[in-house]
Write a protein that binds this ligand. Structure first.
Ligand code: ADP
Ligand code: TRP
Length: 320
């Protein structure tokens, strides 16, 4: 089974990104042949700063490798290192009705926000269809917001197959309903845009200071506390083992336990979890040739597959 997903490079990762997206993406490598790519062609629809795009793309590569992505198991690459997908986008656009793209929520939301619509923004789902279909993917794990794009991909693939012959595997979206929303410092969803994040690979001292700012209620020190209503505990639970979490929960319930102590336990846990990954990330950052070689190796494997699909599609439409 082939499982494929793409991630847009979008700056410094936080705990919400880690538990909501990275960890599940890395775990795909155990479920089948996983393809994971950094969607830098897609990012061009919203970033017009070449230095930033380059830096963000590189950061995502380092982040995934440091967090345990095994480049032998997962085919890990930069989208733009497989230019075959742009040619395939053209062939797919031939069978893509305008109306299908006009109905896409993510496009409509951007228009509603007053973001000027480029042809690239409009065609974004066709490029995404090419990403998925080029590798004959079976399963596409995505967040809720991307489900419609996978449905559009299915429509395009069916229409192409009906018009020109059976070229493409019809993919299924897979939506991880089980991934809980990770709360931020203020209890809202952790998000860059709310300024309530704890970064994965930021300065550990700053992470500690930010943890001290987590909002709590005003239950007095002596009184028993409810761990399940506390943001500190929600974050601790994600990082700790079941026994460690049960232990901390018991201390909450026993009373005579302050939120300051819980914050310290969370900060220590964060540090002990990410220190080894940070060290690995620093080691990789010092060896850019090795990281580049990993991405090139992934691109070669991906490209061979994309080439096969593109050649079949070219023959099917009559240009080869
Ligand atoms: P942000 O909200 O910080 O801008 P993005 O929208 O770029 O984050 O999210 C990138 C990925 O991380 C998405 O797949 C999203 O589902 C996941 N993600 C982001 N924040 C959280 C969160 N607080 N809890 C769970 N998953 C999250
Ligand atoms: N559009 C996706 C996002 O913003 C990223 C993406 C690009 C993708 N191509 C893909 C995801 C193909 C899954 C499959 O999250």
């Amino acid at each position: 089974m082939r499982i494929l997903s793409g991630i847009q490079p979008s700056g410094k990762l936080h705990l919400g990104n880690y538990f909501g997206m990275m960890k599940p993406a890395i775990e795909l490598q155990a479920r089948g042949q996983a393809y994971l790519f950094i969607a830098n062609y897609h990012a061009l629809t919203s970033v017009a700063d070449p230095a930033r795009l380059r830096a963000d793309t590189w950061d995502v590569a380092l982040d995934f490798l440091a967090c345990g992505l095994d480049p032998e198991k997962t085919i890990f690459f930069r989208q733009s290192d497989v230019p075959e997908v742009t040619e395939l986008t053209w062939l797919l656009s031939i069978v893509t009705p305008m109306g299908l793209l006009e109905r896409c929520h993510s496009y409509k939301d951007k228009l509603a926000k007053g973001i000027p619509a480029s042809a690239a923004l409009f065609n974004y789902p066709v490029l995404m269809a090419a990403d998925i279909l080029a590798y004959q993917s079976h399963i596409v794990p995505v967040g809720r917001d991307q489900k419609q794009h996978v449905e559009v991909t299915r429509d395009i693939a069916v229409k192409f197959n009906n018009t020109f012959g059976e070229i493409f595997t019809i993919p299924e979206p897979s939506i991880a309903e089980t991934v809980a929303v990770v709360p931020g410092l203020d209890g809202q969803k952790m998000s860059k845009s709310y300024g309530n994040t704890i970064e994965l690979f930021g300065d550990p001292k700053e992470a500690r200071q930010r943890i001290m700012r987590i909002v709590t209620d005003s239950t007095p020190l002596e009184a028993p506390k409810n761990p399940d209503a506390c943001n500190i505990f929600a974050l601790y639970k994600l990082l700790a083992t079941e026994d460690e979490a049960a232990d901390l929960a018991a201390r909450y319930r026993a009373g005579n336990f302050g939120y300051g102590t819980a914050k310290k336990a969370l900060a220590d846990k964060l540090e002990s979890t990410f220190a080894p990954l940070r060290a690995r990330r620093q080691e990789l950052a010092r060896d850019p040739d090795r990281v580049e070689a990993i991405l090139q190796h992934g691109a070669e494997r991906a490209r061979a597959e994309a080439r096969r699909t593109l050649d079949a599609a070219r023959r099917a439409v009559g240009i080869a």
